[in-house]
Structures are given as C-alpha cells and as structure tokens.
Design a protein around this ligand. Sequence first.
Ligand SMILES: N[C@@H](CCC(=O)N[C@@H](CS)C(=O)NCC(=O)O)C(=O)O
Length: 201
Amino acid sequence: MQLDVYFNFVNLFAGENRTPTYLALNPNGTIPTFVDGGVVLYEASAIMIYLAEKAGSTLWPDGAARLETLKWMFWAAEHFRRGPSVLIEERFIKQLQGHKEDAALVGDALKSIHRYAAVLDAHLRDRPFVVGHALTLADIDLAAPFSHVPRTRAPFDAYPHLMAWHQRLIDDVDAWRATGEDLERRIAEIQSAAGARSRAA
Ligand SMILES: N[C@@H](CCC(=O)N[C@@H](CS)C(=O)NCC(=O)O)C(=O)O
C-alpha cells in the first residue's frame, strides 16, 4: 500500500510481548500490535483494514465486494487458520522447546485443514483471486498459513487450485513474496538462537 509504517520487532522468545509497556497496548501479549497516534489496534485483520482504508486501497473494495471480502476474512479466522495455528504450536514451538508434538491435537488439526482446504480449493477452481478478479485483504488473510508450511507441513499440496492461487500471489504480488522471504530470515535467526541455547545448556 506504499504507506510509511515503522516496524518494531517484538521477540516472543525473549518475552518482549510480556513487558508492562507492551501489555498496556495489547493485554493479550500477542503480535502484531499497531499504533497510529491515539489509535491502538491488535488483531492483524483489523490492522490491515485500518491501513487499507487510510491508503484508499482497492485491497479493501466497496459495496458487495467488501462484504465478500469480510466473509472470507471471518472464515479464515474462524475455520481456515485454526488447524495451521495448532500445527505451528505442535510442530514448531514445541520442537524449539524440546517437547514432542501431541498426536491427537495434530490429527484434529489435519482433519480441520482437509475440511476447509477442500472448500477453498473448490472456490478457487475458476477464480484467480478469492473475491472477484482482483487481490483483496481476503487473499492475504487466507494466504497467511502458507508462510509456515515448511514448519507445519500443512497438507495444502493435496489441493491443486489452492496451490496455484498461492503460487500466483508469490509470482505477482511483490509485497507478499518479500514478506515471506523476511519471515524465513527471522525464523532462521530464531532457530539458530534456540540451537545455541540448547548447546549451552
Ligand atoms: N488473531 C491474532 C493472532 C495473534 C497471535 O496469536 N500471534 C502469535 C504469533 S503469530 C503470538 O503473538 N503468540 C504469542 C502468545 O500467544 O503469547 C491476530 O490475527 O493478530
């Protein structure tokens, strides 16, 4: 959206999300938190809507397309991203902490992923993007769990239209590709710091 946003990275593994200053902004202690003058927001989707409104971006379209966009954003939070979130905890966070994944939780998460990936795959069979023919915030919200596939091993590759759509985002949306590359760099730093900690222990 070409907005001038300053990023202040909050290291969860160093507890920077649990300081009194951070909790005063976001009592959940989660990231991201967004501040713009007197506006303080948590929940990534709310932050994206705020920014898109500020920029007058077509990512947040008007009229009926806005309702479709909202529908898929709610669906992403309520259904599509839940299984992958469990897998991040079970297959990445726990591994960093030296714990084993819980097979029952992983099994439930995989069932949920298959259930909702099939719905989105069918929706994307004859569409380039989730809403209409242009990129919206719904695509970004739904694409988020793809960034962690190297860690979650979420089985999206069983869904060809889903895979083609996500590849389109990587190929055509520079900001999405750059975000993914940035995430991988930061994950590599986290993994190497965790490795150093366990070697020192
Ligand atoms: N629904 C929230 C999810 C926020 C969230 O759970 N963030 C994770 C990192 S992706 C976090 O901060 N975890 C740390 C914790 O729960 O203590 C959003 O979209 O912003």
